[in-house]
Design a protein around this ligand. Structure first.
Ligand code: ADP
Ligand code: ZN
Length: 721
């Protein structure tokens, strides 16, 4: 049979059959070039019986154009692509594209020319040349990259090449990485850590699928513990994937990894340069990238011999991808481990209810680290009732919190204030006419950023300069900021503790690994007294002199009535509380709230995690919410409101009637306008017994829409906007 079935990388097309030219060998997984009309499209040879058939007679088939010089995608990865497409109601092509996520890597071995300084001076020194040479000290990269680093044109650098100031170096694009050394610096584990590590190492050696929930309080040393099975996998010559929820956390992780294993791991995330991407991809496929640390997309890398997967901070909602294929990396990680036949470790101090439930029902094995490393105590937590202890008008910090910060300042210790709101104020309005600044593309207010003097939308990135007068009534000096963001809290700290050195830590200020690294160094050197930060500073950081955490507004996350609001608030506040008192000095946490009696807040204050999870479990069971029932959302959107509404209504008329399945909507989504698109939503709630995906797929497959309409399905949604 010289007929092959290919998954082609075009979501609009189903699988296509081709003829295998004489002498060409293409087992399943082979990446091939397929003719399509006058064009060529990438495809992956697949097991024909696993894809829908097409009836083209063999003599009509076109021959494949060629094979790409990469190893075939493995069977476990192919099964993962199928599972992900099926579970998340996505196209196979859309998922397969994630597995071939480096175009360059598919083109075979290559080398590039990079340049570096020779030490020779230029014939004539100009200010620009001097600046460029200063900036490029110790760097080696392509001319274009060097020009970017030095802030000069490529022409200037070519001039320096001609004069021998810069010299070319031919670099193999796919040169291997230094392998991590499993025995480089083996730590002395504490008894609890040792017991957990032993169990995990056994699992790695057994080469079998086995999901673990590593449930350890903040500061218990989960990282040190799971580094042991990582070392074992390395000793066996196998590869390891570690998923982190946020690039901002990698700097800290890389550092610790290097201390333990002697070299840095291989990084994978969306902002890699294309050369780094292809190098990583090809080394992963060759089995030479031994430990990969990455964001969600690393799950679809073509590992040659995977031995272990770790998902750190596994409860984090940023593991949920919110565009394209809407998958949850935590769940896909478990599936990849299952197809690969290897253990997977979900590590967290505040596991998702779904994960705890899996442990309770015996599907995941739970390993506990109940105490902090080195005898450090968990912090004392208290609430500050803002209805009783008022901060005063125009202020947000209650006297007790301010006093606690003053104490820390006097003792040379550090404080962290947490407020999950970037910018200065979430809303700006005109005192004269009531005009509110709204995003033209989204149902959202513009957020004032005082550092940059701009108003910005946090959903679409729309920005405008802060005007002097009201655009509606023309009055000068009448615009008022409503409510606080972190910048405003920092102003208040500066006003109340004038001698304190304050740093605002958000994605605006820590927007690169370099800046995150600087921030860590400043805090460690004691050059910062008060950190005011968003959720970015709630996890991963370990600052021994940080002894006070203030939660500015614990009620913020509970507004909005999102299904997971309670759980998310609990996790966020426990994580940020976990930053306090990690060294020898005890920590204190003050939670400002208007509802100290709310179940979540009371459980946090009492340090009673079980009480929270029990209450939350009951509420979910009652609502048929996950893990007891399932949710899905369908969002219908268009740039034209009427078109979107009509399409949603049409879908509504075809709604299936299935037992134990409830369909709400269509209704305008809470964010009725997002990035210029009008949005209508269906929410679906089903018992676990319902074949939810099959119902949705057959429902949507019978309806055609105008080209401007987009219909996206979100299974197990996290975002309810
Ligand atoms: P978690 O991730 O559980 O919050 P970490 O892994 O950050 O905790 O550990 C807290 C701190 O304790 C880190 O500075 C870590 O290096 C240190 N630590 C934990 N276990 C050990 C150990 N066995 N030996 C030395 N240091 C350890
Ligand atoms: Zn916007």
């Amino acid at each position: 049979m010289n007929r092959v079935r290919c998954l082609v990388l075009n979501s609009a097309l189903g699988p296509l059959d081709y003829r295998l030219p004489d002498g060409m060998i293409a087992p399943p997984g082979t990446v091939v070039e397929c003719p399509l009309g006058p064009r060529t499209i990438l495809g992956i040879v697949w097991e024909p019986e696993r894809l829908p058939t097409n009836e083209v007679p063999v003599e009509k088939l076109r021959p494949l154009r060629g094979l790409l010089p990469v190893p075939p995608l493995s069977a476990p990865l192919r099964r993962l692509v199928e599972w992900t497409a099926d579970y998340y109601v996505a196209s196979l092509a859309g998922v397969a594209r994630m597995a071939l996520s480096s175009g360059g890597a598919l083109r075979g071995p290559a080398s590039i020319t990079e340049y570096r300084l020779t030490g020779a001076p230029p014939e004539r020194m100009t200010a620009q040349r001097e600046a460029a040479i200063g900036a490029l000290e110790g760097e080696q990269a392509t001319i274009r990259e060097l020009a970017g680093m030095a802030g000069v044109s490529e022409g200037v650098l070519r001039g320096l090449v001609a004069q021998g100031v810069l010299e070319p170096v031919i670099v193999d694009c796919d040169r291997p990485y230094d392998p991590p050394r499993p025995d480089f610096a083996v730590p002395e584990l504490e008894p609890e850590q040792r017991a957990a590590a032993k169990r995990l190492c056994e699992a790695v050696r057994s080469r079998d699928f086995m999901p673990f929930l590593l449930d350890g309080v903040t500061g218990s040393g989960k990282t040190e513990t799971y580094f042991e099975p990582v070392a074992d996998a390395l000793r066996m010559g196998r590869q390891v994937l570690v998923l982190l929820p946020e690039i901002a956390l990698t700097e800290n992780f890389l550092h610790r990894f290097e201390e333990r294993f002697g070299v840095a791991p291989v990084l994978w995330h969306s902002s890699l340069k294309s050369t780094e991407r292809r190098r990583a991809w090809r080394n992963v496929a060759a089995g030479d990238a031994r430990v990969v640390v990455g964001a969600r997309s690393a799950l679809f890398l073509p590992f040659a011999d995977l031995g272990l997967i770790v998902v750190d901070e596994a409860h984090e909602t940023s593991f949920k991808q919110e565009d394209g294929v809407r998958y949850n990396a935590r769940d896909v990680a478990v599936m990849r481990a299952r197809f690969e036949g290897v253990p997977v470790i979900l590590a967290s101090a505040t596991p998702a209810l779904e994960s705890l439930q899996m442990a309770e029902s015996g599907i995941y094995e739970k390993l506990d680290l109940p105490s902090r490393f080195g005898g450090a105590q968990l912090p004392a937590i208290a609430t500050v009732d803002l209805t009783q202890e008022k901060p005063g008008s125009g202020h947000w910090l209650a006297p007790r919190l301010v006093a606690a910060m003053e104490e820390r300042l006097a003792r040379g210790e550090q404080s962290l204030l947490f407020l999950n709101r970037r910018g200065y104020a979430p809303l700006t309005l005109c005192r004269n006419c009531g005009y509110r600044f709204q995003c033209p593309n989204c149902s959202a207010w513009l957020v004032e950023h005082r550092f940059t003097r701009r108003l910005a939308c946090h959903h679409c990135g729309h920005e405008t300069a802060q005007p002097e007068t009201c655009p509606e009534c023309g009055e000068p000096d009448c615009l008022v900021a409503c409510g606080p963001g972190v910048e405003r809290i920092a102003d208040e700290v500066a006003e109340r503790l004038p001698e304190a050195r304050v740093f605002v830590a958000t994605s605006d200020t820590l927007n690169s690994p370099g800046r995150a690294g600087e921030f860590i160094a400043w805090v460690e050197a004691g050059e910062i007294d008060v950190i005011v930060g968003t959720q970015l500073v709630t996890k991963g950081f370990h600052f021994p002199d940080l002894t006070l955490v203030g939660v500015v507004d614990a009620d913020l996350g509970l507004e909005g009535g999102d299904l997971r609001a309670g759980e998310r608030t609990y996790q966020q506040i426990s994580q940020v509380a976990g930053r306090a008192g990690r060294g020898e000095k005890p920590g204190e946490v003050l939670i400002q709230t208007r509802h100290p009696e709310a179940a979540v807040i009371a459980a946090l204050a009492a340090g009673d995690r079980d009480a929270f999870y029990e209450a939350e479990t009951e509420a979910r069971r009652h609502a048929g919410a996950p893990p007891f029932g399932r949710w899905a959302a369908i969002i219908v959107s268009s740039e034209d409101d009427a078109e979107a509404r009509e399409a949603a209504n049409r879908i509504g008329t075809f709604r299936p009637h299935v037992d134990d399945l409830l369909i709400l909507g269509p209704a305008p989504a809470p964010m009725a306008l997002l990035r210029g698109r009008y949005r209508y939503r269906f929410l679906i709630n089903a018992r676990r017994s319902v074949q939810l995906q099959a119902v949705i797929r057959s429902w949507l497959s019978v309806i055609n829409h105008p080209a401007g309409v987009r219909v996206s399905v979100d299974v197990d949604p996290y975002s309810f906007v």
